[in-house]
Design a binder for this molecule. Structure first.
Ligand SMILES: Cc1cc2nc3c(=O)[nH]c(=O)nc-3n(C[C@H](O)[C@H](O)[C@H](O)COP(=O)(O)OP(=O)(O)OC[C@H]3O[C@@H](n4cnc5c(N)ncnc54)[C@H](O)[C@@H]3O)c2cc1C
Length: 490
């Protein structure tokens, strides 16, 4: 298995594939962790993936959880506020934690580099590849030397200007959102008791975002306005002036200030045969929701178990079509949501100038949608196609989190035993080694699974922790049998 790009998405992808026992080649044209923070926010669903590799607690220990999100006036007086619930969410981890990207990448790299079945080659640029049907020839340049490898699959996690996507001639559908923003990272040198919050400052003269990161890391994003001179904008004195409502040279240091183009686009194909794309290579969005990396982590989590089924000769390669079918609409929704936040900022800015603005859409307090396919029957139950909640289970006096029991398998969960299922369903249970987890009411004192078991007697969970479907006694066999078609089993 070859992965191009040792960014956050490529590194998680390598761990997911290595966990299934495959030999993974991970290449990157650069060396070392990202020198600056871009991503700063992660969520409970991603922490469940980090937790597979023992990283979730370490990330949380080195993060900050903010209490409030505001859209505010220029004066910082709130216009609309959302209070965040701190502590563990139904995902079994906090719903939002703010981390420092170079540090997080360092944690992930420690695990990657401890794995004997992952070969990392940095300063190694992917310059070409040829899909030969059963395998992909991969051509790289390493210190002026050409190296060739053969791999069953190539996954391009090679970022926004993805070579893999371009070589496959995959077009990006553009949502028409193109704005330049000045992104600054600073670090407090003393505690000045800044509020623990995220503010979208709706100043019509220059909208800006402020976020309070971990251990005094502060993120500021300022919109570049049409009249700006880009050179002047990067002048240090000018930047300190922009930062002056919060910090000054006496209490903080400026790590960097760079201008980014915030785009919104999505690739119209996510794979061609044995070559696939994931992360920023497949989609880009403005960072207002802090969801770009997370969307990429969801991509590779969706993909890894499908590739595993192919390599185990349990599924036809057609299963790869489900990757785009499931991930494209989800990523498109996320992009749309970030644009909505951008529009809210603009609307509140217009209101500051005396224009009427009544927000029609919600900004932050919305739930990710369910995946639209790769599920059984009912997608309107608020359960199917969503990640299964993660309770702390108390089984035989031992406390164990649900994900440890699921352990990247298909599982059927129920409060009762499984009675008889059809012969075909039985064969599928054997082929996929579907585990059965019996959960008594007493095992789940926080009642996180109560809503599910009120509706269904059995719930089938996919290896990526998404609920495949729920059934009762009469349609349990049908639910299990339907996996055959849904995931192209052979
Ligand atoms: C200001 C800002 C704030 C953000 N905030 C958040 C946030 O809070 N939360 C969030 O989830 N996301 C956020 N994002 C988005 C997030 O940073 C990206 O979505 C994420 O970094 C994408 O990860 P990736 O692994 O797909 O790509 P990248 O991180 O871009 O990594 C791609 C890697 O591929 C390598 N590569 C490229 N081409 C080749 C080649 N030909 N050969 C070998 N190697 C190659 C590159 O060197 C690079 O290391 C933010 C982005 C910005 C700009």
């Amino acid at each position: 298995m070859a992965i191009c790009g040792y960014g956050p998405v490529g590194s998680l992808c390598s761990l997911l594939m290595a966990d299934y026992g495959y030999k993974v080649l991970l290449i990157d044209k650069n060396i070392g962790t990202s020198p600056t923070a871009r991503a700063i926010n992660t969520d409970g669903e991603q922490l469940r993936i980090f937790d597979k590799f023992g990283l979730a607690e370490k990330i949380i220990e080195n993060s900050n959880q903010i209490e409030k999100i505001h859209f505010s006036k220029k004066s910082l007086e709130p216009i609309q506020s959302i209070t965040q619930t701190l502590g563990d969410s139904s995902m079994g981890w906090p719903n939002q934690v703010l981390f420092y990207q170079p540090e997080l990448e360092g944690f992930v790299r420690e695990v990657v580099e401890s794995k004997e079945n992952i070969d990392v080659m940095e300063l190694c640029e992917l310059t070409d590849f040829n899909d030969k049907g059963n395998e992909v020839e991969i051509i790289c340049k390493n210190e002026n030397q050409e190296i060739k490898f053969l791999s069953k699959f190539l996954i391009g996690c090679d970022g926004a200007s993805s070579f893999v996507r371009k070589k496959l001639n995959i077009d990006l559908d553009d949502f028409g959102y193109n704005q330049k923003w000045l992104v600054c990272d600073a670090h407090l040198t003393q505690n000045i008791y800044l509020k623990n919050e995220l503010i979208q400052v709706c100043d019509p003269k220059r909208p800006c975002t402020f976020l309070h990161g971990r251990r005094g890391h502060l993120r500021f994003e300022f919109r570049v306005m049409p009249e700006d001179n880009l050179k002047e904008l990067k002048d240090e004195a000018f930047i300190w002036n922009l930062l002056s409502p919060w910090i000054n040279k006496k209490n903080a240091i400026l790590e960097r200030a760079d201008i980014y183009n915030f785009h919104a686009c999505i690739a119209n194909r996510w794979n061609i045969n044995n070559v696939l794309i994931a992360g920023d290579s497949a989609h880009q969005m403005p960072p207002f929701m802090g969801a770009g990396m997370g969307t990429g982590i969801r991509d590779v989590t969706n993909l890894s178990w499908k590739i595993h089924l192919i390599l185990q000769k349990k599924a036809n390669k057609k299963i790869l079509e489900t990757y785009q079918k499931e991930r494209y609409p989800h990523a498109k929704w996320t992009i749309g949501q970030t644009i909505t936040i951008g529009e809210l900022i603009e609307g509140f800015c217009a209101a500051e100038q005396g224009k009427e603005f009544i927000p029609e859409k919600k900004g932050y307090d919305v739930r990710f949608p369910h995946i639209p396919s790769g599920i059984f029957k009912n997608s309107k139950d608020g359960i199917t196609g969503y990640p299964i909640p993660q309770p702390k289970l108390f089984i035989n006096n031992n406390c164990i989190k649900l994900d440890k029991l699921i352990n990247s398998n298909f599982v059927i969960m129920s409060k009762s035993d499984i009675k008889k299922v059809s012969e075909k369903a039985n064969q599928i249970i054997k082929k996929l080694e579907i585990k059965f987890i019996r959960i008594k009411d007493i095992d789940d004192p926080d009642k996180l699974l109560e809503k599910i078991f009120d509706l269904y007697k059995y719930v089938l969970v996919r290896p990526d922790l998404y609920v495949y479907g729920g059934s009762n006694e009469n349609d349990l066999s049908e639910m299990i049998e339907s996996i055959d078609k849904s995931f192209e089993l052979i």
